[in-house]
Design a protein around this ligand. Structure first.
Ligand SMILES: C[S@@+](CC[C@H](N)C(=O)[O-])C[C@H]1O[C@@H](n2cnc3c(N)ncnc32)[C@H](O)[C@@H]1O
Length: 208
């Protein structure tokens, strides 16, 4: 059963046009094309912006972000897993649930709270297969990403992040709506139809 599933995954992977395109264009992951499409639709990036990429390994989103902000911009890629060096990208290896550690390391890089134009999160927990456990883990990651976005985004900044549909989805949506006046749900074509993943795009942070 597992062998059959593995083989099916391999066949699908080899036939996937985004996998081929990523190889041709030098992106580390097919996931880059989710961000490419969302940027085309939503105009996420601006030249010269500071971008935080949460859950960045192996680096496909950071590669695109680097190209999109240009040499005047800055990209910080954060993951608990090691990430091979990327030209022009600052890499922080840390667990994003340790918010204080992350904030400290951002300050060491000279990035100031309120100075970030775009926070991205493609973070996903290790899936256990138990929906209630997986949803709880996703909510924990989503809340940590939201806390960082709240503290580090500039007025007018945007926050794009992945969430899986399930029992905690309305909880995450309500938390976002408390902090941002505009919240949208997006499903890029490069995201497989059978995947429960969706992307929230939040803009217009409410100032307290
Ligand atoms: C789907 S991958 C991201 C792919 C990436 N956007 C790309 O294009 O290369 C999700 C990442 O989230 C990271 N992640 C999950 N939980 C994390 C945590 N608590 N702290 C930091 N990174 C985490 C994983 O290590 C994994 O590398």
């Amino acid at each position: 059963m597992t062998i059959r599933r593995d083989r099916r995954w391999m066949v699908e992977h080899l036939r996937d046009p985004y996998v081929r395109q990523a190889r041709q264009e030098g992106y580390r992951t097919r996931a880059s094309y989710k961000l490419v499409e969302l940027d085309e639709r939503e105009h996420l990036f601006k030249t010269g912006q500071v971008v935080l990429d949460l859950g960045a390994a192996p680096g496909g989103w950071s590669q695109y972000a680097r190209r999109a902000v240009g040499t005047a911009g800055r990209v910080v890629a954060i993951d608990r897993l090691p990430l091979a060096g990327l030209e022009g990208v600052d890499i922080l290896e840390c667990d994003l649930r340790e918010t204080a550690v992350v904030e400290n390391r951002l300050q060491t890089l000279g990035i100031a709270p309120g100075g970030v134009g775009l926070v991205l999160s493609d973070m996903a927990p290790n899936i256990t297969g138990d929906p209630s456990v997986d949803q709880a883990k996703m909510l924990e990651l989503g809340m940590c990403a939201l806390e960082l976005a709240r503290d580090w985004l500039a007025p007018g900044g945007a926050f794009l992040f992945k969430f899986f549909q399930g029992s905690e989805f309305p909880v995450m949506r309500a938390a976002l709506a408390r902090d941002f006046a505009r919240v949208k749900l997006l499903k890029p074509r490069a995201s497989r139809a059978r995947s429960a993943e969706l992307y929230f795009l939040a803009r217009n942070r409410r100032m307290v």
